[in-house]
Design a protein around this ligand. Sequence first.
Ligand SMILES: [Zn+2]
Ligand SMILES: [Zn+2]
Length: 82
Amino acid sequence: MKHQWEEHENCQKLHCPICDGGLSVCKVCGLIEGSLTTDCPGYPCWAEKNEAIYQGKIDFVNGQWVEQSSPHSPAYYQTTRS
Ligand SMILES: [Zn+2]
Ligand SMILES: [Zn+2]
């Protein structure tokens, strides 16, 4: 499945990172920009996985966790640059 982006209607928050900052947050898995997987795992896994995804160690593709860098991870850009 695809990530479902959190959106605020009539957001009252001052300097909301999502509405003002354009931050992408998935309301299903809770992952955010930089620690996003290719596909959505479909359950809340931010606390458990965000660090490993951010470091480019794991990704979630075609319904399973794989040991590769997510294209959203900052580590991914480093591997394409070198
Ligand atoms: Zn998601
Ligand atoms: Zn907002």
